[in-house]
Design a protein around this ligand. Structure first.
Ligand code: PLP
Length: 407
């Protein structure tokens, strides 16, 4: 079964929007296009349900029910309980709140492990725990490949370590880390695993229950949804960590780590992400299945298409002497988030791609630690070409053609 790309693109109004006609979008890792069910739900909420939710009048009851629906359906796809999923303004804010909770919970002499592969969001807030007297250890990437070796993690783990924060997939290296194996390793040492899934989730939602992460974070706005951070915190950990929300909400797991009042409309509209996954499942496969099984099938459909689109780009970049491809050169072991170190300034290269109808960006993408560790010239940065399953073969061909003219 192959992904029906025409069907897929018809679910995204951006592909029909006049200002975007003739533009091929390759900065999806910064934020994807939004699928129609999310836009429709957002519009309906703002026009029909934009009142305080959970009150006993219809507009309010419907609004509250739609917010609950988003958590119920998305958590089911992710293989966790409904109250283990919460929404926050962004992944960066979610990790910030979590780091406050860990700072209160940990004891003197405790340690945490962070990587130098991560985006700053799953790194900086944890590293700041050093200012509160905790030991911070760094799990370092291989400077040539960007790979995180679990053998190096083994050397860092001991009975002082409470937490290991790492990513499912870095937003510049692109390699998919073996999260299940790493979580097992972390648990064996008696620590908990906090996984940044922001660069992975857009390529198919994972079964977080199966992966074994204690915390799994991703950003809805990069996963066809509204501008929200989505956070799974497994019950054992979530009820143990000190509550960061209002004192009267402390028994409610999904409210414990979201001190801000939620964005009602965006939470409700996130149910459209589940609608989209269902629509893909019904169109390609059909029939009855549990939400996590539907999610898994759609995940595989998306990734098969992405691998097919990605390999020619990797082959092109690998063959070009003036370009250093960051991360693996095989599509199967990475996400289509491709960073290239050039002999020129990457932002300028991105600007030169724009007249060719290519939307891409250059810089460090808040992953400067990884790029520096790999010896990338930080004044030049990297050109990042990132796509998702809705990207078509003609768009990738156009990109390679444009790169050939610009690089
Ligand atoms: C891998 C990764 N983690 C975390 C973040 C931060 O997400 P947010 O913008 O929701 O704070 C990003 C954003 O680019 C990212 O790429």
């Amino acid at each position: 079964m192959k992904l029906d790309i025409e069907f897929v693109r018809a679910q995204f109004p951006a592909f029909d929007a006049a200002p975007l006609k003739g533009q091929a979008f390759f900065e999806n890792a910064g934020g994807s296009y939004t699928c129609r069910p999310v836009i429709d739900r957002l519009y309906r909420f703002y026009t029909e349900r934009k009142v305080q939710p959970y009150a006993p009048y219809e507009a309010s009851t419907l609004g509250g029910a739609e917010m609950d629906e988003a958590r119920t359906r998305l958590s089911a796809i992710l293989g966790v309980d409904t109250d283990e999923l919460s929404f926050g303004p962004s992944t960066t804010q979610n990790t910030y709140v979590l780091a406050q909770a860990f700072a209160q919970w940990m004891k003197p002499g405790d340690a945490i492990i962070v990587t130098n592969q991560d985006h700053e969001a799953n790194s900086g807030p944890w590293r700041r725990l050093a200012e509160r007297g905790f030991e911070v250890r760094e799990w370092r990437i291989n400077p040539d490949t960007g790979h995180l070796d679990p053998a190096d993690l083994a050397n860092l783990l001991d009975n002082k370590v409470r937490l290991v924060a790492f990513s499912h997939c870095s937003n510049v290296v692109g390699e998919i880390n073996d999260v299940a194996a790493i979580c097992a390793q972390v648990h064996q040492a008696g620590a908990v695993a906090c996984v940044d899934g922001v660069s992975y989730a857009p390529h198919g939602l994972p079964d977080v229950g199966k992966l074994g992460a204690d915390i799994y974070l991703f950003s809805a706005y990069k996963t066809y949804g509204p501008h929200q951070g989505i956070m799974v915190i497994r019950r054992d950990l979530g009820m143990k960590l000190p509550n960061q929300g209002h004192h009267f909400n402390e028994a409610s797991l999904y409210k414990r780590f979201t001190p801000a009042g939620p964005d009602h409309a965006q939470v409700a509209a996130s149910a459209g992400m589940a609608d989209y996954i269902d629509a893909l499942y019904d169109h390609h496969i059909g029939g009855d299945a549990a939400p996590a099984a539907k999610g898994a099938a759609v995940h595989d459909l998306m990734q098969a298409h992405e691998h097919e689109m990605l390999q020619p780009l990797l082959d092109y970049a690998s063959a070009k002497n003036s370009v250093r491809l960051i991360g693996p050169d095989k599509a199967a072991s990475r996400a289509p988030t491709v960073a290239l170190a050039l002999q020129a300034n990457a932002e300028e290269a991105a600007a030169q791609l724009a007249p060719h109808g290519i939307m891409a960006g250059g810089g460090d993408f808040y992953a400067g630690r990884a790029l520096e560790a790999m010896g990338v010239d930080m004044d030049r940065g990297v050109l990042r070409l990132s796509f998702v399953h809705y990207t078509s073969k003609p768009e990738v061909d156009r990109l390679i053609d444009a790169l050939d003219q610009v690089l």
